[in-house]
Design a protein around this ligand. Structure first.
Ligand code: AMP
Length: 289
């Protein structure tokens, strides 16, 4: 495994690999790796010759009052998982390397960035799209993998790649959960014992929505009322949003006629957690035991 911190060196590595006819698979992350990231590496390993992972906590996707400074970082700990998955290169630049003095170019995905997480985090997807575009130009991947836990992010990236004619095949991977159902997240380490228990309301809400849909209920108001009740009955939970929307446009739906996304964001203490499920899809979530 090679650790690269310089953009020039990373670009050189990728150019050389391409010249030798090697394909590049890319998994962008913010580090503090867990089973969700591992699933992307596992899937990615089989999709090409070189497996590149980035570990970069991207300052421009955090708001001024958010947890950029305190976001969990553990490069040493991450290396064990990286080695286990035979990652060829870890790209780990500094914020100054990525955003030097004078940086002023951003990518704005107009409509998909607005609903769901975009309501309380209006800057977020501009930061995500911009860093992913930069990383694509630096790593030059043929294929890039993203988790469906951040389904709005996945849709934003797919849209950007399509709209800007980027030659990258973007692939989604199912949500990986803890044994009790909580979606794995680097931010779960913020939760104390009581909050960790309370955080289960997100998964319970998702399961309730899925059950109601499977029982033939297609009216989203009826589903949302029950789902909301589950979260509201948890005293430590504060709802940011709970929404059922069209999976492609992310626009709210009254009736579910085809595949729909049930997505929610909930704050437990100071920790904002997200979860989702696709209604009208097979049960694709994996479970880590
Ligand atoms: P992050 O380090 O949180 O920015 O995540 C890096 C990548 O891992 C993103 O594509 C996420 O969607 C994905 N990811 C994070 N958590 C999970 C999870 N529990 N299951 C599947 N993918 C995940």
């Amino acid at each position: 495994m090679k650790l690269i911190t310089s953009i020039n060196e990373m670009q050189q590595f990728s150019t050389d690999a391409k010249r030798r006819g090697k394909s590049i698979v890319f998994v962008p992350t913010m580090g503090h790796l867990h089973g969700g990231h591992a699933s992307l590496l596992k899937k990615g390993r089989g999709l090409g010759d070189m497996l590149v992972m980035s570990i970069f906590v991207n300052p421009i996707q955090f708001g001024p009052k958010e947890d950029y400074a305190s976001y969990p970082r553990d490069l040493k700990g991450d290396m064990a998982l990286v080695e286990a998955h035979k990652v060829d290169v870890v790209f780990n630049p500094t914020a100054e390397e990525m955003y030097p003095e004078g940086f002023q170019t951003y990518i704005d995905i107009e409509r998909l960035s607005k609903p769901l997480c975009g309501i309380s985090r209006p800057w977020h997807f501009r930061g995500v799209a911009t860093v992913v575009a930069k990383l694509f130009n630096i790593v030059k991947p043929d294929t890039a993998l993203f988790g469906e836990k951040d389904l709005q992010q996945l849709q934003v990236i797919k849209r950007m790649v399509h709209d800007l004619n980027m030659e990258v095949n973007v692939i989604g991977a199912p949500i990986v959960r803890e044994i009790d159902g909580l979606a794995m997240s680097s931010r779960n380490v913020y939760l104390n014992k009581e909050q960790r228990k309370a955080a289960l309301c997100l998964y319970n809400a998702v399961v309730k929505g899925k059950d109601m849909f499977h029982n033939g209920i297609k009216d989203t108001r009826v589903i949302l009322k029950e789902v909301r009740n589950i979260v509201e009955s948890e005293p430590l939970a504060v709802i940011d949003y709970i929404q059922i929307c069209n999976i492609n446009t992310l626009e709210g739906l009254e009736k579910i006629t085809e595949k729909a996304l049930l997505a929610l964001a909930v704050t437990i203490g100071k920790t904002r957690l997200i979860d989702n499920t696709v209604l009208g899809n097979e049960q694709r979530e994996q479970y880590i035991f």
